[in-house]
Design a protein around this ligand. Structure first.
Ligand code: ADP
Length: 189
């Protein structure tokens, strides 16, 4: 059983790497962004709530997100998993610990993709916007998402460093290069 988180600023390639990482550990890829987008597409109540925040590049309220993750982590295919996009706030870190305690699990590692050049991130996302069709992929919202990451989510890096489970991975280079770096971290777990 392997239980991992992957984090990094918007545009760092977190989603792409999370898919490969889930295959590598033969676990579930749990992306809160993907789950929200699926709910928006299916016009569920959850989707209606989430959409207004997502379109503005804001975080969905913690109580909504926490309940969704709790349900997902209790499903039978989630014994091994890669969480992608959760936790994103210090309160979500505490909630995740509580959820894992309920199911008698704990995290094996946190992979933090590091891309220090913010302009490169913004340019990557503007390029992706040409094909993604995501309502939150306009330049203004992209820049806002970067600010929200810096204000709320960057603080999780020192928290997990203190927990002794943080592995920082350089996120520049090709997809394969970054995947190889992540692979070596997983080998060392
Ligand atoms: P990105 O492409 O920036 O990594 P995601 O696909 O992970 O973004 O998430 C898209 C949007 O979904 C976020 O901007 C936010 O509105 C919402 N969202 C995803 N995960 C969370 C979370 N853990 N807490 C609050 N909101 C979230």
């Amino acid at each position: 059983m392997t239980r991992l988180l992957i984090m990094g600023p918007p545009g760092a390639g977190k989603g792409t790497q999370a898919v490969g990482l889930a295959e590598l550990i033969d676990g579930a890829h749990i992306s809160t962004g993907d789950i929200f987008r699926a709910n928006v597409a299916n016009e569920t109540e959850l989707g209606k709530t989430a959409k207004q925040y997502m379109d503005a590049g804001k975080y969905v309220p913690d109580e909504v997100t926490n309940a969704m993750v709790r349900d997902r982590l209790k499903q039978p295919d989630a014994e091994s998993f890669v969480l992608d996009g959760y936790p994103r706030t210090a309160d979500q870190v505490i909630e995740l610990d509580a959820i894992l305690a309920e199911i008698g699990a704990k995290l094996d590692g946190v992979i933090a993709l590091v891309v220090n050049d913010r302009e490169e991130l913004v340019q990557r996302m503007i390029k992706r916007a040409e094909t993604s069709g995501r309502a939150d992929d306009t330049e203004e919202v992209i820049r806002h998402r970067q600010d929200v990451y810096d204000e709320e989510t960057a603080a999780l890096v020192p928290i997990y460093r203190d927990h002794g489970i943080l592995h920082e991975v350089e996120g520049t280079g090709t997809i394969d290069e970054v995947a190889a770096r992540i692979g070596s971290v997983v080998d060392g777990l």
